[in-house]
Design a protein around this ligand. Structure first.
Ligand code: SAH
Length: 502
């Protein structure tokens, strides 16, 4: 019989998932996950993994706990390995203990993967260390939502009221007035600092600082809702001083990334690192050609060329893939000069042991030609491995300079089959600040997936473009560009977004 893994998904920031948890998500046959487990992690499941949502939001259980237990046992009996994924830590107000007991009774093996609990992480991301030698010697985790069917409360308000512990309440927003009153009635001073942190560690994190006597009214006025952690105690006074996360320049800003999925990871990670809520919406999919005969012939005749010019990372990737297909490697390029159109393409070449002979200062075709002419490319034979459909500016200009140019398609780009609903919904909720375009084809394809008319209904959505050619394409659809870097690179685009956010 298979094992059930009770796995903590952490508080939401994908970086706060443990390595062990990721391993299990990647390997499991059945995934049973909760409302508070970040859905982003599901992308790591195997394609054949059965994914089941048993979420709980407030008191509204999609599936009651006894049915969840039955489901876990039934799936485990089918001999498959189960990942039971829960927000935070499975044993901290996660009912993981109850599930484990059921498993023992059913004679099913289980393992526990602890997670980072929201009660420690959300405060940390709001500038609040739950212990601090100047303020307290202990911390206490408390449920703010006791099982209503319980006859006698397990809370000892007298002890909480008298203690100097930091008190961390889970599931407590609705009961905030009751919590505050009970603490004050039992001795905690009305001016004790209290903090609330909602959706802690996520790009949508919000926090507020108050005092025991005012917090109920303040939270109601701000409309502060679940899921929130409530922290009571002197440590909350450090919030203003240590509040690092909420200072991130793009925190909460919705940014749509339209690059091909394979190429988007760097941009996505950097934007997330600056706090943005990134919506991955690939508009391009990069695909193999049906036929590589022409590529094979060109590779076997490489000695005919003096220059090899790469215009994209994909050009490099697919060219080397074909080299390997016919049993060759970088050594075959020994006699050639190699150019890269931009820094990322240059890095892709260096990864394959080729230090480019030429990288232009500005990353558009026109400047590449200028630079190559200075290196005396006139009259020479040039091979350009690239996408099937691409702009002809570079080959044409080189031909004009008397070069013998051979454009060699090594891959093609197609319209990605992306689901537009997620972006549409976020846009309708006013959650999108920027759409980013990193090439003209991302623009064309974006408007194939989401009609330009629809975007026009949202003047609040700004457009960021990587450079003038892409910008021109944006103009063709009747939009203005709000952000464009001077150096036409992804890092440049991010830097410009940060400037605009200030
Ligand atoms: N096992 C979870 C807690 C589940 S109880 C853990 O260890 O974190 C659900 C409560 O956890 C919510 O009502 C809220 O109080 C808290 N919570 C979970 N994730 C949170 C987050 N990202 N930010 C703030 N509170 C969170």
């Amino acid at each position: 019989m298979a094992t059930v893994f009770l796995v903590g998904a952490g508080p939401g920031d994908p970086g706060l998932l443990t390595l062990r948890a990721k391993e299990i998500i990647e390997q499991c046959d059945v995934m049973i996950y909760d409302y508070l487990a970040n859905r982003d992690f599901l992308k790591w499941c195997k394609p054949e993994c059965e994914i089941l949502y048993v979420g709980k939001k407030g008191g509204d259980h999609t599936l009651p706990q006894d049915k969840i237990n039955e489901l876990i046992i039934e799936k485990a009996r089918s001999g498959r390995s189960i990942c039971r994924l829960k927000g935070g830590d499975p044993y901290v107000f996660g009912r993981g203990g109850e599930e484990a007991e059921e498993l023992v009774e059913a004679g099913i093996d289980f393992e526990v993967v602890p997670g980072i609990t929201a009660g420690v992480a959300a405060p940390a991301y709001a500038g609040i260390p739950v212990t601090h030698r100047d303020h307290t010697t202990s911390v206490c985790f408390i449920t703010g939502h006791e099982d209503p069917t319980k006859e006698k409360s397990g809370h000892n308000w007298e002890v909480y009221g008298k203690s100097t512990s930091t008190l961390v309440f889970y599931m407590g927003v609705k009961n905030l007035p009751m919590i505050a009153d009970n603490l004050m009635n039992n001795g905690r001073a009305g001016d004790t600092p209290v903090a609330l942190v909602r959706w802690g560690t996520r790009c949508t994190q919000e926090s507020m600082l108050s005092t025991l006597e005012n917090v109920a009214a303040d939270a109601a006025e701000r409309g502060f809702k679940a899921p929130s952690i409530i922290i009571v105690g002197g440590v909350c006074s450090l919030h203003d001083k240590l509040n690092w996360f909420e200072k991130k320049p793009l925190l909460g800003k919705g940014v749509v990334v339209t690059r091909a999925r394979e190429q988007a990871s760097g941009l996505v990670a950097t934007l997330r690192g600056h706090g943005a809520c990134v919506h991955e919406f690939p508009t391009i999919s990069v695909e193999h050609l049906d036929d590589y005969n022409e590529v094979e012939t060109a590779i076997l005749q490489l000695a005919r060329y003096q220059w090899l010019v790469f215009t994209s990372v994909n050009g490099v990737k697919f060219f080397w893939e074909q080299l390997a297909e016919i049993g060759l490697d970088s050594r075959i390029l020994g006699g050639l000069q190699v150019a890269a159109i931009g820094p990322a393409t240059a890095d892709a070449l260096r990864d394959r042991g080729i230090n480019p002979d030429f990288i232009p200062e500005k990353y558009v075709a026109e400047h590449v030609v200028e630079g190559l002419l200075k290196l005396g490319i006139q009259g020479q034979s040039v091979l350009i491995p690239r996408a099937l459909k691409a702009r002809e500016v570079l080959p044409d200009a080189l031909r004009e300079a008397g070069c013998d140019v051979h454009v060699l398609p090594v891959y093609e780009t197609r319209l990605a089959k992306s689901d537009v609903d997620e972006v549409r919904e976020a846009m309708n909720k006013g959650e999108i600040g920027y759409v980013t375009f990193t090439s003209s084809s991302t623009v064309h394809n974006f408007f194939k997936l989401l009609p330009a008319e629809e975007l026009k209904q949202h003047p609040e959505v700004k457009i960021a473009s990587i450079g003038p050619i892409t910008t021109k394409t944006v103009h063709e659809y009747g939009f203005t560009v709000d952000v464009e870097p001077e150096d036409y690179t992804i890092p440049g685009l991010v830097a410009e977004l940060l400037k605009a956010a200030k």
